[in-house]
Design a protein around this ligand. Structure first.
Ligand code: ATP
Ligand code: MG
Length: 580
């Protein structure tokens, strides 16, 4: 490809809405163009990168025994009703109607469709196991599309679905996919960590996320990990706590004045007691219903855990207005900061659910709100002053320094970008959708399913997050849009142009994806563009050609060599052979 013909426009500035490096660089280097929020055109350079990632995925999936197909992007409501997700999926599901008023959605994922395909074809145990995958655009009406390709609304995903006859077989396939994922990300030049995760809207019990670890804002997940093998997304992580004072030692149970002392920190100072003897009451709205979460004063609630504990889909903290309304409805006059579980019955048409974190179950003589502004109860005990709620669950956010649930050493925390996800679904879709086969005894059984996703566009963006410097992208060779750029310093210089052309032709005939920067631009401009776009190698033909040398630059480490043109060509050809 000649640079003068290439459909690419590099920009001086970053787009104003770009917060993270990958978004900034992909936009500036001419890879993506925004159409509307979370929706991008993948320009030719980007499309080459995405196709390379897709082909690595295809290669490894095929090697692992999976078969590719392509399902429709538009899906009928009826199938989503069969699985129970039409109502359950929430706002991310983009719903629409056709001209006959039939309801549909744009596929955010394809469990329903693949299950309906399978149940019509896989009728006997003799046809199982099977693993089917596709690579396709998905649409999710994300609450907060941001970070360019990292969290789009329309994005490309590889999704695979396995059908087995037993849990053991599912577990074998899960391991098989785990290995395939490890290979895929490695070939894409990414180090990943597989961490335990919450299964979210997809469902199922066991799941792992493949995370690219980063210390930047692009890492939307907190990952807790230990020097033993334990690692988990914060939405799933558990820990053991260091010993703490849990007995408030208030000699009697009594109501005390706590004027304007609404925060845990102020309360512990005011009462001269540790935060660990305060039972904190937090009001959430899960879907539309009120939920009061009780947790030890020094700890925070993990919202996904809380949402799972009540079986909801959407969670947010209640507003102070909602809290006051709820107080009034239950006969109290109290503001946030003084709330307690006792006497809270209903809010609007909903009953108030009360969930206690495990940390509060063993509190003694503790401090708690009683729905009276500027007052707290001290010396409280479960069963005496207040009943311990029926639901006691782990809804606590783990903190660094808590002890590993597996080996007891202190946990550490880092951030990760989730590029892939594997789930053991079991019969979550096959049972409600009556997707069954005949076993060896002629009995019908639901398939035991697994599903396995990779964000293709997110993987490309994660690669930029992992590989760049202040000048631009440093693509890993296997997913770079082109392998090498050949830059004649002066297009007016016949000798330079002749050698540059020869090098370029030689690279092309060796199967290397080469670009010739034949633009009549200053060398500095061409070098800047080359660094920004991120060609893994640059061969510069300048004055030193009179001594028989070109400059050979490796983008990944900045190494520069003065070598004869043939050596430069050989180096690139060799490197390209190694990734194939
Ligand atoms: P997240 O927690 O980041 O919203 P998810 O858990 O909902 O993602 P999955 O349903 O597991 O995502 O989808 C499989 C893969 O698709 C993810 O691992 C991720 O790489 C990719 N993906 C999901 N949502 C997006 C998005 N909005 N933009 C780009 N890629 C996405
Ligand atoms: Mg996920």
């Amino acid at each position: 490809m000649k640079m003068s013909n290439m459909f690419v426009q590099t920009m001086r500035e970053f787009p104003s809405d770009a917060e993270v490096i990958s978004h900034k660089m992909l936009a500036r280097a001419g890879y993506i163009k925004k159409l509307t929020s979370g929706v991008y055109t993948f320009l030719p350079l980007m499309w080459r990168v995405l196709k390379k990632i897709e082909n690595i995925i295809r290669d490894e999936m095929d090697k692992a025994g999976a078969q590719e197909l392509l399902m429709p992007f538009v899906q009928p409501k009826e199938l989503w009703e069969e699985s129970g997700r039409w109502n359950a999926y929430g706002g991310e599901l983009m719903r629409l109607k056709d001209r006959h008023g039939r309801e549909m959605c744009l596929g955010p994922t394809h469990e329903e469709i693949i299950t309906s395909v399978a149940r019509d074809i896989l009728k006997s145990y003799k046809q199982l196991p099977v693993n089917l995958y596709q690579i396709q655009s998905k649409f999710r009406d994300e609450r907060r599309p941001r970070f360019g390709l990292l969290r789009g609304r329309e994005f490309i995903m590889k999704d695979a679905y396995s059908f087995s006859t037993s849990q053991e077989d599912l577990e074998r396939e899960y391991q098989n996919m785990w290995q395939a994922y490890t290979n895929i990300f490695k070939r894409c030049g990414l180090d990943t960590k597989a961490v335990q995760s919450d299964s979210g809207a997809i469902g199922g019990s066991v799941s792992h996320e493949f995370m690219v670890i980063t210390d930047t804002d692009a890492g939307e997940n907190d990952v807790f990990y230990c020097e033993c093998d334990y690692s988990a997304n914060s939405n799933h992580a558990v820990s053991n706590l260091p010993d703490a004072v849990t007995d408030g030692s208030f000699s009697e149970s009594k109501i005390v004045d706590t004027p304007n002392v609404g925060s845990i920190e102020d309360l512990s100072k005011f009462l001269n007691c540790p935060q660990t003897v305060i039972c904190k009451s937090l009001v959430y709205i899960v879907d539309k219903a009120p939920v009061v979460a009780l947790i030890r004063g020094d700890r925070a609630v993990e919202e996904t855990k809380l949402m799972n504990a009540v079986g909801g889909l959407d969670i947010r903290i209640a507003t102070s207005g909602e809290i006051e309304e709820m107080m009034k409805e239950n006969g109290f006059d109290a503001v946030a900061g003084f709330i307690g579980p006792k006497g809270l019955k209903k809010y609007g048409e909903y009953e108030v659910k009360i969930i206690a974190d495990k940390t509060v179950a063993n509190l003694k003589n503790f401090v708690i709100g009683i729905n009276q502004t500027d007052k707290h109860l001290v010396g409280a005990n479960w069963g005496v002053d207040i009943e311990l709620p029926e639901i006691v669950e782990d809804i606590r956010l783990v903190e660094a320094g808590d002890f590993c649930p597996e080996c007891g050493k202190p946990l550490k925390v880092t951030r990760g970008i989730e590029v892939g996800n594997i789930f053991q679904l079991g019969t979550k879709y096959s049972a409600p959708m009556n997707a069954v086969y005949l076993d060896a005894n002629g009995k019908t059984q639901p398939y035991i399913m697994g599903c396995y996703g990779i964000g293709v566009t997110r993987t490309a963006a994660a690669a930029v997050e992992a590989h760049h410097d202040e000048w631009g992208i440093k693509w890993p060779l296997a997913i770079a849009p082109y392998h090498v750029v050949v830059v004649p310093v002066s297009t007016q210089d016949n000798e330079q142009m002749k050698v540059a052309n020869e090098i370029y032709e030689q690279l092309l005939s060796a199967g290397v994806e080469a670009v010739l920067d034949d633009r009549n631009e200053r060398a500095g401009v061409k070098f800047k563009d080359a660094d920004l776009i991120g060609f893994p190698f640059r061969i510069t033909v300048g004055k030193t050609i009179s001594e028989g040398n070109v400059e050979f630059v490796e983008r990944s480490n900045g190494e520069k060599l003065a070598i004869p043109p043939q050596d430069a060509v050989d180096k690139v050809v060799k490197a390209v052979k190694e990734i194939l």
